[in-house]
Design a protein around this ligand. Structure first.
Ligand SMILES: Cc1cc2nc3c(=O)[nH]c(=O)nc-3n(C[C@H](O)[C@H](O)[C@H](O)COP(=O)(O)OP(=O)(O)OC[C@H]3O[C@@H](n4cnc5c(N)ncnc54)[C@H](O)[C@@H]3O)c2cc1C
Length: 406
């Protein structure tokens, strides 16, 4: 890559665009920022303070043509690959973390429907997705916590379908999504693993959702759900009766981890941008100096930006690697190692950077809805499954040539 677009303007160094955006995605990135500024930002504060689901913001994202971004173009997708998905997520998250997180989960659910579903199921559900219907992923259960692939709920056969009984501990868009990919088990499965995916439409008898009252991502509606004797017709099963760990490793984990890592990176950059603007604007009357003029503050900003860019570099390198794997027909399950590293790093640095941004912002940053919001929102990253503890274990196991997964 040439650095010829690095120009010196009256002594001010311009940051080259290829450093913050993968080449070829500049237009998409600009569109995402325009949408973030005009549609997501203003509603983000209301969503946070009133724990309000950001339905309008998610609808605006779908209306802009980003309702099913990872699907092939002929199904309404963007044709911008997983790199395009990462660019959008990172950009949106700088304005509204909750709508971005709901949209990332929705995108992973739509891709699961596409990858594991039949052509008939694609035709039945995807047109409504393009018109703005929202999907969600109901995996984590209280019994197995962050081991969300090891669910214990069951859905024995009932007539020409299943009777779903499941407790879910956290479901982003709980009660708000139009449908959920629910992970459960099929006890009589002949497959080596019992994991089964059911597409469950919302509003049926037996489905209950509970409020989400949390530190951050307060608009997410990521509360618990209960499914009691919910009849799911066989035509809504995605894939086989059991044996769905393949899709967990090859679809859900890659998309979810990439999309959320992009979100943590965007939150970190959003917090830092707010801190930079604040430090430039705030001038002390007694000294006549801006906060940004203190060297210690500039060093803190520099250290934070280097952390954000380390995550961003991993983000786009990983996304481009995944797009190459898709083009070569390599299963994404073979690319999990860099994806685990990426998610762990992005979720670590967002804690550090939002904390630095808050410190630089002083008391103003501590006021409700200011820089503190980025810190609360970003803190979820390390806790979300696979948690950073689990990922470090898998990375470490891989490094010493032992099976990553028991
Ligand atoms: C905002 C938010 C949104 C979410 N959205 C969804 C969603 O849409 N769908 C969904 O299915 N889930 C969702 N989740 C759940 C999430 O993915 C995790 O499953 C959940 O956060 C784990 O929390 P827990 O209390 O069950 O953790 P626990 O499993 O109780 O873990 C507690 C601690 O033990 C550690 N730990 C657990 N197992 C191991 C191990 N094997 N080795 C080392 N350490 C371990 C963890 O890292 C953690 O520090 C969401 C969670 C949050 C916070």
């Amino acid at each position: 890559m040439s650095v010829s677009n690095t120009v010196l303007n009256e002594g001010i160094m311009q940051i080259p665009s290829w450093w913050t955006c993968p080449p070829g995605y500049e237009e998409l990135q600009a569109k995402a920022h325009a949408l973030g500024k005009s549609e997501l930002l203003e509603r983000a504060a209301i969503s946070d303070q009133e724990s309000l689901y950001p339905r309008e913001s998610i609808s605006k994202i779908a209306e802009a043509g980003f309702g099913a971004v990872t699907l092939p173009k002929e199904y309404g997708g963007l044709g911008a690959g997983l790199t395009g998905f990462a660019v959008l997520s990172e950009s949106f998250a700088q304005y509204c973390a909750s709508s971005t997180m709901c949209w990332v989960m929705h995108t992973a659910a739509v891709q699961t429907l596409f990858s594991a579903g039949t052509e008939e199921q694609r035709q039945r559900f995807i047109p409504d997705v393009l018109r703005g219907k929202i999907g969600g992923l109901a995996f984590s259960e209280p019994a197995t916590g962050s081991h969300f692939w090891n669910v214990v709920s069951e859905a024995p056969r009932l007539g020409n379908g299943y009777s779903l009984n499941a407790d879910k501990s956290f479901v982003t868009s709980a009660g708000e999504a139009d449908w959920y990919v629910v992970a459960t088990t099929y006890p009589e499965s002949t497959e080596s693993d019992k994991l089964m995916f059911l597409l469950v439409e919302n509003g049926q008898e037996g489905i209950t959702q509970f409020p989400f009252s949390a530190m951050g991502l307060r608009g997410n509606s990521s509360g618990p759900m209960k499914f009691r004797d919910v009849y799911v017709p066989a035509e809504n099963r995605l894939g086989s009766e059991g044996g769905m760990n393949y899709h967990n490793d090859n679809t859900i984990d890659p998309l979810f981890l990439l999309g959320t890592a992009a979100c943590w990176t965007g939150i970190a950059q959003g917090a830092l941008n707010a801190a930079i603007n604040g430090a430039k604007k705030k001038v002390h009357a007694d000294t006549g100096k801006s906060v940004a003029s203190y060297q210690v503050i500039r060093h803190e900003l520099a250290k934070a930006q280097i952390m954000v860019d380390s995550a961003r570099s991993m983000l786009y390198r990983t996304a481009e690697g995944l797009d190459k794997a898709i083009a070569n027909g390599t299963p994404l399950g073979e690319c999990l190692f860099p994806i685990w590293q990426l998610k762990t790093h992005a979720a670590d640095i967002v804690i550090q950077v939002t904390n630095q941004a808050l410190q630089v912002s002083g008391g103003r940053g501590y006021l409700t809805g200011q820089v503190e919001k980025y810190l609360r929102d970003g803190r979820a990253g390390a806790l979300m499954g696979p948690t950073n503890e689990i990922l470090r274990e898998w990375i470490g196991n891989t490094l010493i040539d032992v099976p990553w997964f028991e």
